[in-house]
Write a protein that binds this ligand. Structure first.
Ligand code: DX5
Ligand code: ZN
Length: 240
């Protein structure tokens, strides 16, 4: 079985000039990426359509392999299903996997606009970023809470986004680690407006303002958003 037979023609989308456009320039206001890890999987299409209709800027797809993180989640077939549910929406894939080079093409074929890989993986980061760019996607590099911001300073191939994890990756619903905001501040000071800074983990209307104030321009939320009654009000509050 090939990836094409898994994602199907409907789920696949060719690379376009606009793919990943949302992360390529500074946004006019903070962006909200809805992490479907806390969505009702039995109604995944409806959940995606609901958060996009309520104002979310992107669907965040958390991919876990049971090795890089102690949990399993979803793969390219789920990404393709999201693409079919919300054909025009930005899909932001967060690869919490070892050997992400094996998965960039399958996710590009499944309709991903953007992929973020972790700095901590034992693969050649510049090569990974170049591979994702050649597939037409924008690319990001994530750092875990214990990884210093300086680990993002000298990667030869530039990326569009830097993801600062504010929980230890693996599960939604964990408590926000405020100390990571110092990393956001130093990355914003170093890179200016040239890159997006995304924060992921434990973000809620209660702490979103401090994230945005520190320099975040893409806020990820799973449990605070999908656990709320009014997606539109929560998304507005998550913009800080
Ligand atoms: C954690 C994932 C996050 C997670 C966020 O490993 O990368 O995207 O879904 O969940 P909340 O917002 O509930 O902390
Ligand atoms: Zn994530």
């Amino acid at each position: 079985m090939t990836i094409d037979s898994v994602v199907g023609g409907e789920g696949a989308r060719g690379a376009t000039a606009s793919r990943g456009a949302l992360f390529r320039a500074p946004p006019a206001r903070p962006l909200v990426a809805a992490s479907i890890l806390s969505a009702d999987f039995s109604r995944l299409g409806d959940e995606c359509r609901a958060v996009i209709a309520a104002g979310a800027d992107a669907i965040h797809v958390d991919v876990m392999d049971g090795h890089f993180v102690p949990n399993l989640s979803m793969g390219p077939a789920v990404c393709a299903a999201v693409r079919r549910a919300v054909p025009g929406a930005m899909i932001d894939v967060h690869l919490m996997v070892e050997q992400p080079s094996r998965f960039l093409e399958p996710f590009a074929k499944a309709g991903a606009d953007h992929c973020t890989v972790h700095r901590e993986v034992e693969e050649d980061l510049p090569a990974l970023l170049a591979q994702g760019h050649s597939l037409g996607m924008s690319m990001g590099v994530a750092i875990n809470p214990d990884t210093p911001a300086t680990a993002l300073a000298s990667i030869a191939e530039p990326c569009e986004l830097m993801l600062v994890m504010s929980v230890h990756p693996g599960y939604s619903g964990q408590a926000f680690i405020p100390a990571v905001l110092d990393k956001v501040r130093s990355l914003r000071a170093r890179f200016g407006a040239s890159r997006r800074i995304e924060i992921d983990g434990g973000v809620s209307p209660a702490n979103a303002h401090s994230c945005v104030e520190a320099g975040v321009d893409v806020v990820v939320s799973a449990s605070a958003l999908f656990g709320s009654r009014d997606y539109g009000a929560t998304i507005a509050a998550l913009r800080g």
